[in-house]
Design a protein around this ligand. Sequence first.
Ligand code: RAM
Length: 522
Amino acid sequence: MAQKIQKNDHVIMKRDPSFLAKAETLLPTIHQNIIYPQNIITIAQDPDAIDGYLAHVVSEAQPYLNHCFQSGDSFILDLGTHAVGYLSFLCQSVGSPPDAPAHLKFTFGETLCEVVEPFNQYRGWLSQSWLQQHDEYVDVLPAQVNLARRYCFRYLKIEVISLSPKYQIMFKDIKVKTVSSAPDSCIEYHCDDIQLAKIDQVSVLTLRNCMQEVFEDGPKRDRRLWLGDLRLQALVNSVTFQHYDLVRRCLYLFAGHRREDGMVSANIFVRPEVVADDTFLFDYSLFYVDILYHYFNETKDSQTVKELWPIALKQIELGLSRCDKQGLVTDGDDWWSFIDWHDQLNKQGASQGVLIYCLDKALHLAQIFEPEILPKLQQHLDHLKQASHQLWDAELGFYVSGSQRQVSYATQIWMILADVGDLAHQQTLMNNLLSSPPEIGMNTPYLRHHYILALFKLGLHEKAIEEMKAYWGKMVELGADTFWELFDPENPNYSPYGSKIINSYCHAWSCTPAWFIRQYSL
Ligand code: RAM
């Protein structure tokens, strides 16, 4: 399945030391808290449960941990909440002198399935190394054990793999030092609707746990800054933590290491030094403009935006260079646009919408930062919108995409967000979408966000709330402490990666209900 991963190691990249230096000065403070496991649980199979498992509380954690454990023992701890941080404990021996090392195994799970399903049976196409586990060999007892890696979990299975028959062990002071760059306080929002209030709370924890040295997409996986995720996190951040310096840092990071032609990468690594990944996505690069636009609206920080505006504009120019003479984004096998995780989805129509949407944002920024190019940008915008009509199939009542003239949710959603056609036309399109749902549906909360946004844009507030409750509310009902990267209510095992245990269960792009709830005062 190598075609799902871009490998462009021939690409020449450029560094901009001044942007990188600015990003460095904006390195956030990491706030820490200590949390302790609450319960010991057992996990049973349950066909009605979301991932096929249900937890039963055996006892409170503390009394259980006063026991001695021997080779072959194992137990599962429940923190009671999703956490990102560092595990530590004191390991003591009981009995005869410990005459052999203690071999312990730790398996961390955001969900129950990760601590139950053996990792060696994983057959997905993303590296198995993402699955969170650790083997610890303790040579000298007693020992204070501090695991070096940061883990992301609610459940922790501890297996005593091997001791000697001469001694047993006890675990003392098992705790997790949680980390986040989100400030402890968050703008409070009172929502009368209990279900929405809970959805808001889960959204906020999702964002908090993704906020680290950068806005990470998921603290379990991929643990890095993705541009598409950043865009949605920045929205939610503006109505919750308002940590604008972190957004600014991320904007500088993308600007600091770009492709030779100026294209920003789809994601960035920050350690051991800042390196942009050699993955480029048509839509994600364009969204740089939208993030900058939103950042400016929120902060009025014209100094930063002035400095980064040329980079944003470059993304528009590169996007336009993919259009044919008529103004349509050209399809082909030579490009990548994300839009949604969907094997069959043709991306042309939705990408046309994304380009128009971002061009419109560029126009707003140009009014302030480069008014002389306004007429040219406006001309492009009109041209692209005009060209979009070629994708309209009057008989079907939908926009089509690609040479196969595919009808998908994604294309319709993005045409509405791009404001193609007048309001009546967009309303007809949405009605068609609601009454005749296309076979090519929505696979991620990411595309769902845009669907909800399109509903709000057309004034369909009640429908938007109903859909939000049916989707994010369902995750809450199924026990989510944080919102998941993937969720298909019809197919709970869905994973684009070939196994649900590799999915991320605290994922940036899923935290947007807090924005809808607060923005629309629900
Ligand atoms: C996955 C992650 C990430 C997303 C990319 C496109 O690796 O879910 O959040 O932005 O795909």
